[in-house]
Design a protein around this ligand. Structure first.
Ligand SMILES: C[S@@+](CC[C@H](N)C(=O)[O-])C[C@H]1O[C@@H](n2cnc3c(N)ncnc32)[C@H](O)[C@@H]1O
Length: 189
């Protein structure tokens, strides 16, 4: 396949913005695949701050990071992503290089625990506030589960409304497949 999947695109854009020694946020840690990618990209001299409301997910992620020898630069918080501003070190405000969100529910986990617009939108706004100029935020959207389409619609509306002087926004969406996941990529100017 020549066209990138949304996961490949997310990683591609994040890699452009996140240098070794850089700072990143994982807004939805889940099984920790994205957290591990961020930790490998920043390396031991950087820092990754991860959030999830499920303790079981955080444990899985911690194991994965430990096995890969990448736990040292990661701080995991059992907290909703809309409260990240209370946990992030104040000195890093405006200095975060990259933020990743992967919405929906935990694969192979409890599918009734889903991300919700009421907390997702404030979390996206907070992550943008903490990004540095040139920083990238990616947000993967899923519409196949109850509530997913409504949440995706709100995220698209939020991203569409961002001031073009401050942000560039891209939306990757397969348009010939029903309920295909899509990706919003936001670059802070
Ligand atoms: C699609 S999964 C994330 C997959 C993950 N990025 C990975 O690499 O495995 C979505 C995750 O969001 C979490 N979640 C749901 N609501 C949340 C919230 N308000 N704050 C933080 N995480 C939340 C779920 O518990 C679930 O683990």
């Amino acid at each position: 396949m020549i066209l990138p999947s949304i996961l490949q695109s997310a990683r591609h854009y994040i890699k452009q913005a996140l240098p070794p020694g850089g700072f990143a946020i994982d807004g939805t840690v889940g099984n920790g695949y994205d957290t591990l990618f961020l930790a490998e990209t920043t390396g031991p001299s950087g820092a990754v701050f991860g959030f999830d409301i499920q303790q079981a997910a955080l444990q899985q992620a911690r194991c994965r990071l430990e096995k890969a020898g990448q736990l040292e630069q990661v701080r995991l918080f059992h907290a909703s992503h809309h409260r990240m501003g209370e946990e992030l070190p104040p000195r890093l405000k405006g200095k975060i290089h990259a933020a990743m969100f992967n919405l929906g529910y935990l694969p192979h986990g409890d599918s009734s625990v889903i991300t919700r617009k009421e907390t997702t939108i404030p979390a996206l706004q907070t992550a943008l506030d903490w990004l540095k100029s040139g920083g990238i935020l990616t947000c993967a959207l899923y519409t196949g589960h109850p509530g997913g389409q409504e949440e995706a619609d709100h995220v698209i509306r939020f991203a569409t409304g961002l001031c073009p002087k401050s942000y560039q926004v891209l939306w990757q969406q397969l348009i010939n497949r029903k309920q295909a996941p899509s990706l919003v990529i936001i670059e802070k100017r």
